[in-house]
Design a protein around this ligand. Structure first.
Ligand code: PAF
Length: 282
């Protein structure tokens, strides 16, 4: 397994592989790897000749300095985990300077409104930061396919949009959410929860599956009221948002329409940790 800390070393390594028409699967991450990331890597390895994993906590996508500071950084452990998985993986773990070359600012993107609600509305500038780093990484790695988890479903749709608008020849592969046995969606942020917090956080997925039933039996407002009431009765949780939106446009809705696919999106805070989850509704 190779670990590179600069884009010039990585490009030098990948160049002959590209010349030999080897396919490259890319998994961008911010590290603190868990089984969800490893499942993306498995898929990238199965579908490509080489898998590249990037580990980089991207400052321009954090609109909250404390969140950026507290984001777990576990590079040595991450590299050990990847080594156990396969020797075929190439790790790219750059510094801020290697990526941003002295200009740590985000570019403004037009995502045709996909960023108007949910994470876009609640974390101003977040998706410009994501678009900036993902575009830079795509230009460095030049993958054939790139793998993203559906947990960050809005991010996945936004990256698809950015790639289409930038005419990049990269297939974006969305991968199912990996969950703990309790149903808690795997996330690097879960590391900041206590054992009790992890147990309590199982309520998020349980509530989403119940909301799915309410949505299918009744309508949007009923599912929203159910989720609001559930978290109001749980003093350890703060519900930031629960939103039902159309899958393609990510526009929120007040009533169901026939022949339309919907998803529910939720963010709650527990023990000072911001937890995100989503479920397909129909
Ligand atoms: O989903 C993430 O971990 C990040 O947003 C990403 C895509 C690696 C960009 O920093």
């Amino acid at each position: 397994m190779m670990v590179f800390y600069t884009q010039s070393q990585l490009k030098q390594y990948l160049q002959p592989l590209k010349a030999a028409k080897k396919s490259i699967g890319f998994v961008p991450t911010m590290g603190a790897l868990h089984n969800g990331h490893l499942s993306l890597l498995h898929q990238a390895l199965a579908e490509n000749d080489v898998a590249v994993l990037s580990i980089f906590v991207n400052p321009t996508q954090f609109n909250n300095a404390e969140d950026l500071e507290k984001y777990p950084r576990t590079l040595n452990r991450d590299v050990d985990l990847v080594k156990e998985l396969s020797e075929q993986i190439v790790v790219y773990a750059p510094s801020v300077d290697d990526i941003y070359e002295g200009n740590t600012v985000a570019t403004n993107f037009d995502y045709d409104g996909l960023d108007n609600e949910m994470e876009g509305a609640n974390r101003p500038g977040h998706f410009n930061g994501v678009g900036t780093i993902v575009k830079k990484l795509f230009e460095i790695v030049q993958p054939n396919r790139a793998y993203f988890g559906e947990k960050d479903f809005q991010q996945l749709q936004i990256i698809r949009k950015m790639v289409a608008k930038s005419n990049m020849d990269i297939v974006i592969v969305g991968c199912p959410i990996f969950r703990e046995a309790s149903g808690l969606a795997m996330s690097s942020r879960n590391e900041r929860l206590s054992t009790k917090g992890k147990e309590q956080a199982a309520l998020i997925y349980k509530t989403l599956t119940q909301a799915q039933t309410v949505f299918n039996d009744k309508d949007v407002k009923d599912a929203e009221a159910f989720v609001k009431k559930t978290f109001e009765s749980q003093p350890d949780f703060t519900l930031e948002y629960f939103i039902i939106a159309e899958v393609e446009s990510l526009k929120t809705i007040a009533f169901k329409k026939p022949n339309t696919k919907y998803r529910a999106f939720i963010v709650v805070h527990l023990e000072g940790v911001r937890l995100i989850d989503t479920i397909e509704l129909n």
